[in-house]
Design a protein around this ligand. Sequence first.
Ligand code: UFG
Length: 328
Amino acid sequence: MKILVTGGLGYIGSHVVKDLLLDRHDVTVIDYKITKKIFYKENNVNYINANILDKKQLREIFNKKRFDIVMHFAAVIDVKESMTDPSLYYRNNFIGSLNILDLMVEHNIKYFIFSSTAAVYGNTNQTLISEDHIKDPINAYGNSKSMVEEMLFSYHKAHNIKYSILRYFNACGAHLDGTIGECHDPETHLIPIILQVASGRRKNLDVFGNNFNTPDGTCVRDYVHVMDVSSAHILALKNIINNKQSLIFNIGSGTGYSVFEIINEVEKFTSTKIPFSIKDRRKGDTDRLIADIKKIKNSLGWVSKYSDLQNIIATAWRWEQTLKKKLY
Ligand code: UFG
């Protein structure tokens, strides 16, 4: 299939591109980080430097090739930043997606796989969150993604665009082949930051709040290996093409760990003490987010192969050594 991947140099997009190539798809990536040397590029992929907010340039790309499907990863993703600069989030995440969908309508492209987030659920007392849980985002990031979901429902009705909405919980870890992993600038995610402390690139970890409504007071999250996240996309792609169904899936491991539990595991794995200080809560953080993953298991036959916490830490640790060499 001819697949357009937006944000295909990003953390999750780059893992999915690798898997798409294994299945011999014809992949075009648009990303605005093409010129950055740090990002690994695959052979046999057409990388185009483009911003999803530039509709004129996007139209030229859509005019040149008739894509069968769009996988839309390009987005801004920092919950904390979304609370201080909401405009950035609504523009990139909502307007950017609107541009893509309008071009899909213009070019009669019917399939769309969308990177959504567990942040659409907001705060909940539910132990495991299923896809039919009410959406009530408490940060602008989650809200911007939820708005795209709503827009998709309308485009589905009006233009018969079939969608797979994949709500990621906390993607983490790195590819087993060692070529790609998490590399945000600035890095804001817990596991890479703890590993930067363990490897000596950072002095201290700030723990954002120890008074959440959880057993040890720190936030509980569902950490899912990025290769499992990627395999879910490949199954969603097959399903949307073969069964033409529009569906929403959680992608998580189904297990929750607190910030303190992650620190303990990293300390054990790296035999390093992680110095930390307790700071105020980050605006927009929820107590607990753990996925109910029955739906994706039953509908797509998805299984998580890599999301054991030890494996997540081991692959992310190996990637941290690579980054340390590349950056210094
Ligand atoms: N945390 C710290 N210190 C840090 C970084 C994070 O204590 O330096 C804490 C956070 O407060 C949170 C937990 O570690 O409690 C996880 O934080 P991350 O920043 O790693 O991830 P988030 O849960 O904020 O967000 C991630 C993705 C979002 C997605 C969300 C869904 O970045 O895109 O998971 O669960 F929406």
